[in-house]
Write a new protein. Structure first.
Length: 216
């Protein structure tokens, strides 16, 4: 008898909830095509204390840092024994579309080791990696232009290491993914750009790889 009463009470509560306009739990919205969620890491999840939409993967020590290019926060990866780790966020893409991925990286005594250093990448898309920074640099702008091929989704990565362990500390901020019309022109410099416009060619840059044209 108690079980019957309890069942009737639960059913009544459910009916009242619908009548009063209680809404069911909704699934999280899908990423907007070509847009990086929370690109400056200012929006933190109150439960996980991580930048909303981003998650740390691989090795290294991951943290949110007040040393930012703009705003109040950046993300940091550090390893003094050597690691390949990244902060990753899912993005939706238009297949067979040209994009430009840009962002700002700051490095502290980064040694490439058997990896590449500090860079941005779009996982799963061939050639979608920025030049890697090594050594110590103030905030430095990096970019890469790529074709999405047949991919409709991917993961943007802020990476220390790059397919092999690197050491040091890297900070990342202010990312942007921009759709480009038609076929993009080659970049004039294979490297990175500081705030004053000075080119910093990446160590061991492959000058012949499209879509770059080198002027070292």
């Amino acid at each position: 008898m108690r079980w019957v009463r309890r069942s009737m009470t639960s059913a009544l509560v459910a009916v009242l909830g619908v009548a009063l306009g209680a809404s069911p739990r909704q699934a999280p919205p899908l990423p907007v095509v070509g847009v990086i969620a929370n690109p400056s890491f200012e929006d933190l999840d109150l439960n996980s204390k991580l930048p909303r939409g981003w998650r740390p993967q691989g090795g290294g020590a991951f943290s949110i840092d007040a040393l930012a290019h703009t705003g109040r926060a950046s993300v940091r990866i550090a390893s003094y024994e050597g690691a390949d780790g990244w902060w990753g966020v899912a993005v939706s893409l238009k297949p067979h579309t040209h994009y430009r991925l840009t962002g700002w990286i700051r490095t502290d005594r980064v040694d490439r080791g058997t990896g590449r250093g500090a860079l941005l990448a779009l996982d799963g898309v061939a050639g979608a990696e920025t030049p890697a920074l090594t050594g110590t640099h103030d905030w430095t702008r990096v970019e890469v232009v790529f074709d999405s091929g047949d991919r409709a989704a991917g993961q943007v990565q802020c990476r220390l290491g790059g397919w092999g362990p690197s050491t040091g500390a890297a900070y990342f901020d202010d990312l942007q993914l921009e759709e480009l019309p038609g076929t993009p022109e080659p970049l004039d410099v294979l490297g990175a750009w500081t705030e004053n416009g000075r080119a910093v060619p990446s160590e061991g840059a492959a000058c012949t790889r499209a879509p770059y044209r080198c002027q070292m």
